[in-house]
Design a binder for this molecule. Sequence first.
Ligand code: ADE
Ligand code: ZN
Length: 319
Amino acid sequence: MIAKAELHCHLEGSIAPTLAMKLAERNGLTLPNGLMRADGTYEWRDFLGFLAAYDGVCTALRTPRDFSDVIYSYLEGVAAQGAVYVEMFCSPERPRMLAMPYTAWLEALVDGIDRAERDFGIVGRIIAICIRHLGPDRALSLAKTVVADPHPYVVGFGMGGDEAKFTPADFAPAYRLMHDKGYGCTVHAGEVVGPESVWAALRDLPVTRIGHGVRSSEDPKLLDELARRGTVLEVCPGSNIALGIYPDRAAHPLHRLIEAGVRVTLNSDDPPFFHTTLGAEYDLAGLGDEALRRITRTAIEASFADHETKARLLKGVEP
Ligand code: ADE
Ligand code: ZN
């Protein structure tokens, strides 16, 4: 099996419907009406509907143990698909909404990561993400919370949420703080909004990676710029297709990005929402083994792990 590494998967977006039901039951809660279809899959129609369903799943989470079990469960599943390294997007907005202390939430995630490494040998790290539609003030406040309690597993900073709200420049203060403190930075851009969103991210934020970025394929100058900078795209084809950005894998720009010399990685984003997995993304990419190994190497090189961890992981990618 080809060794895999993942840079773009959202913690709560990794929760399978069965796990959401188990957590809700454990916490004595009922999941929101309309969250799931009769066949037990998540129900949503479009991008904003998906973000609302995502919030719906989050209502199942109440205690630090829940967060620990979610990350452990994801790492267990993805390790079985050949993953050796995962950077999980974890938003400190979630514990804040539950009035859970940041440190209790973080300790729980660290515990889940440690248990998964002990049990399955997989290395997990955390990217703290803010939520774009909640605005720049919340993002800066979140960044201050993260830098006040550093932990070696929290290696980066990012932003998800509604790409149509605000501009990258609005979040520059939060990004500047994180970058100055040594955190690697990434941002969702060029997913539901076109190339101008990626240009703005490159211009106004200290990012070495772009979450998705696939809409860059509509602008040859932008492709040149991404290739020149060596910016890495966290490409999530199954997510893009499920959200209707492309009709199918044949129309997806993954191969065109590679041909343009842009560094790409493969990722699952929110796997049960989009009926995908990291393993499926590798299997369905339409690439040979050597090209897939190159993608894993790119992911490890572009990861925000420390140099020793990267060097150790890179050795394991060779056939
Ligand atoms: N949050 C979780 N998944 C996301 C996505 N695909 N785009 C933006 N924000 C997200
Ligand atoms: Zn995402």
